[in-house]
Design a protein around this ligand. Structure first.
Ligand SMILES: Cc1cc2nc3c(=O)[nH]c(=O)nc-3n(C[C@H](O)[C@H](O)[C@H](O)COP(=O)(O)OP(=O)(O)OC[C@H]3O[C@@H](n4cnc5c(N)ncnc54)[C@H](O)[C@@H]3O)c2cc1C
Ligand SMILES: *[C@@H]1O[C@H](CO)[C@@H](O)[C@H](O)[C@H]1NC(C)=O
Ligand SMILES: *[C@@H]1O[C@H](CO)[C@@H](O)[C@H](O)[C@H]1NC(C)=O
Ligand SMILES: *[C@@H]1O[C@H](CO)[C@@H](O)[C@H](O)[C@H]1NC(C)=O
Ligand SMILES: *[C@@H]1O[C@H](CO)[C@@H](O)[C@H](O)[C@H]1NC(C)=O
Ligand SMILES: *[C@@H]1O[C@H](CO)[C@@H](O)[C@H](O)[C@H]1NC(C)=O
Length: 620
């Protein structure tokens, strides 16, 4: 074991063999939910670790520190990386997305269906945060767990029993500092680095509140007891219920933030690791863009990752709105890893970086004259996401309440499992664009829906050039397969939610629905087909995963093995949301932090094995 005091003394000594300012045991690229916790764990185990992050540290900036400012955070130029994505190969369909964004050429965006003359099409905005802590610093922080079978499927694919659902909860317990469950609640963690809290649900006790009237009707429609809504509204979103994946229920939305509303993220853990009196050997380099993985191809049977190339400076990546076009690229620097390089740049950047380094589909790499190190056709393929859409309307008067949070199964769901996560309240959420969301006035009321288990998993992240400062081309190919079935589930959910609104009471009714069935267009219920068309063109997403998947041995599309190792290489792993074979449930942030600490265990186990081998060698 290297958790000993001795190992803390030894680690710097090992590194001293090479230049300690450029050589580390481990190099981790990206400080988000995938890379952040992992880098801290490796350093805490005594190994010198270099964490490379393209962005800055905003831990004390209230835009990021106060979780309620999440919309402001995702819009903020300080950290924003703009990816302009496609939802399909059908350009005409994408142009129907009401918040398609255009570059007007005068430094402003046009968002909408009727761009001014000469405006250049950008696409559909997909926000990312370049900042210490990654997108967990600008997200809404919803803390939820995958279905058990999302984990169990990895066991089936790879034969690695360490992914069993029952075992995965242990990683939640390790990272969590739960603030709402009792200290003796053994299903939760209580002394981890990630604060998780929820909100006061007592508003749901007020039977005169229109939102509670809506809940009671919704309870009837989803097989719950309407007389129990006040209690149901306090159900633990991270609870370990035996029927957790099939039960339709209201929940108390948990978020990775503390009870004072301060955001918790990998940033906390990285900062605590740096500040610890034990002086863990963690080095963080901000404003540093990794551009390539370096390989030694003459050692062993497989190319071995031995380091990375980086560019140092701020706003170097062209997704950064602060990037100044035409500036010359800074000189490339190299850092070396004695042990391993771990890529955690997120679902768009990790496949891009692998491809720039020669790991990817050979034909695509050859197109850009990148020498092929490993022909790995799955890199950048299989990108997927949950489909999201909302029912939005204006009541006659504002509804004041907490958020109604519900997980339910629509009657047309393909299995016994829940397929919709929805939250309802006085807000609007229609996807992403510069300046989102629209404020429709105090009377606005929405149910935002997340649909899980899309039947289609055909998205891609592909190079546009060999220039590491360029953005890749991202196409989600929504609804490519089984789209009609997925859409009918969304429509079914919208019908249920809309019907519940009719119980809001006289002072609120009627709702002036803006979508998917605009009241202004018809007095009658709009057709299933109209609603399906609405969701087909207006669906959005922000839980992208699976662009470098873990998968079965022998499956050429499986980029990683079950220990996150990049197949065909040595000393190289991918640990971030791109590793999931499919979207892990409704929200990926906490699951990604869980696999980050799981991966740290795998990396450290390999280190101990190598040390044991070396010791055995010495003894001979
Ligand atoms: C607006 C928004 C709201 C969201 N809300 C929720 C939510 O409520 N709940 C939830 O569970 N999930 C939510 N998500 C999704 C969740 O935040 C992400 O799935 C999660 O952060 C993914 O983690 P990651 O480590 O894979 O990547 P990221 O979080 O994207 O982290 C990658 C990091 O790597 C850095 N990086 C990338 N390339 C390089 C490079 N070449 N060199 C150096 N550094 C690099 C980036 O700067 C970034 O810091 C939301 C996402 C968005 C955009
Ligand atoms: C895993 O495989 C077993 C045996 O084939 C099967 O019964 C089970 O449904 C599979 N589970 C998942 C999540 O794929
Ligand atoms: C209950 O809700 C009604 C209607 O919104 C409101 O007028 C009243 O003040 C609420 N009562 C309490 C105790 O919050
Ligand atoms: C590659 O590995 C071989 C064998 O271990 C070693 O001799 C050589 O110096 C290495 N090359 C580089 C560039 O590290
Ligand atoms: C690749 O190299 C060839 C030969 O040097 C050159 O003609 C071609 O333009 C290059 N392609 C790219 C995309 O750089
Ligand atoms: C809807 O029906 C009401 C009552 O019949 C009528 O007053 C109103 O004008 C109708 N609205 C539209 C948009 O047709």
């Amino acid at each position: 074991m290297r958790f000993s005091f001795l190992s803390l003394l030894l680690a710097p000594a090992l590194a001293a063999a090479a230049d300690p300012t450029t050589t580390y045991d481990y190099i981790v690229v990206g400080s988000g939910p995938g890379g952040g916790p992992l880098s801290a764990e490796l350093a805490r185990a005594g190994y010198s670790t270099l964490l490379i992050e393209a962005g800055t540290d905003q831990w004390d900036n209230p835009t990021y520190a106060d979780i309620q400012n999440f919309n402001e955070a995702a819009n903020d130029e300080t950290t924003r990386w703009d990816f302009w994505v496609k939802h399909s190969d059908d350009a005409a369909r994408d142009l129907k997305f009401k918040h398609t964004t255009w570059d007007t050429g005068d430094g402003t965006f046009y968002v909408g269906l009727d761009p001014p003359e000469g405006a250049k099409l950008l696409g559909i905005q997909y926000p990312r945060a370049a900042v210490l802590g990654g997108c967990a610093m600008h997200n809404a922080g919803v803390a939820s767990l995958p279905e058990d079978d999302d984990w169990n499927r990895i066991v089936n694919l790879t034969g690695d029993a360490s992914w069993e659902a029952g075992k995965m909860r242990e990683y939640l317990k390790r990272i969590e500092r739960n603030e709402y469950a009792g200290v003796d609640d053994a299903t939760h963690g209580h002394d981890g680095w990630l604060a998780i809290s929820n909100t006061d649900p007592s508003w749901a006790k007020n039977d005169s509140n229109p939102a509670v009237k809506i809940m009671k009707r919704l309870a009837q429609l989803t097989g719950q007891d309407p007389s129990q809504v006040a209690d149901l509204a306090n159900t633990d979103l991270l609870g370990d219920f035996p029927n957790r994946d099939t039960m339709s229920s209201f929940f108390n939305m948990a978020t990775h933030s503390d009870k004072n509303g301060k955001r918790a993220s990998p940033n906390n853990y990285i900062r605590a690791t740096l500040a610890d009196p034990a002086k863990y050997p963690l080095t963080v380099k901000l404003n540093t863009l990794a551009t390539k993985v370096l390989f030694n191809t003459t050692t062993g049977s497989k190319p071995r990752a031995i380091g990375i190339e980086v560019m140092e400076g701020s706003s170097l990546y062209r997704a950064d709105p602060k990037h100044i076009p035409g500036t010359t690229a800074p000189k490339v620097h190299r850092y070396f890893a004695n042990r391993e390089v771990i890529l955690s740049g997120g679902v768009f950047n990790t496949p891009q970086l692998l491809k720039l380094s020669g790991i990817g589909p050979a034909t695509e790499l050859q197109k850009f004259n990148i020498s092929v190190v490993v022909d790995s056709p799955g890199v950048g393929e299989g990108l997927t996401d949950n489909y999201e859409g909302s029912v939005l309307g204006l009541g006659k008067v504002p509804i004041e309440s907490g958020l109604i949070t519900i997980l339910f199964r629509t009657p047309n769901a393909p299995t016994a499992k829940r397929n919709i996560y929805a939250w309802c309240g006085a807000f609007s959420f229609e996807g992403f664009w510069p300046g989102y969301p629209t404020y429709y006035g105090a009377e606005q009321f929405s149910c935002a829906m997340v649909h899980v288990k899309p039947r289609s998993q055909d998205g891609s992240v592909r190079l546009t050039s060999a220039d590491p400062q360029d953005k890749p081309e991202i196409n989600f190919r929504f609804f490519e397969h089984g789209g009609d079935e997925d859409l009918s589930e969304l429509v079914s959910a919208a019908n249920i939610l809309r019907e519940s609104w009719q119980a809001a009471g006289e002072e609120v009714l009627p709702f002036n629905e803006l979508h998917p069935c605009p009241s202004s267009e018809s007095n009658s219920t709009c057709s299933e087909a109209q609603q399906a068309e609405f969701f087909k063109t207006q669906a959005y997403s922000h839980h992208a995963t699976s662009s470098c998947q873990i998968g079965a041995e022998g499956d050429e599309m499986a980029v990683l093995d079950s220990k996150f190792r990049v197949r065909g290489t040595e000393g190289l792993r991918v640990v971030d949301a791109s590793a999931f074979p499919n979207v892990p449930g409704f929200f990926p942030s906490v699951p990604t932090m869980m696999i980050s600490v799981k991966a740290a265990g795998d990396v450290l186990a390999a280190a101990r094995e190598a040390e044991a081998d070396a010791d055995a060698g010495v003894g001979k």
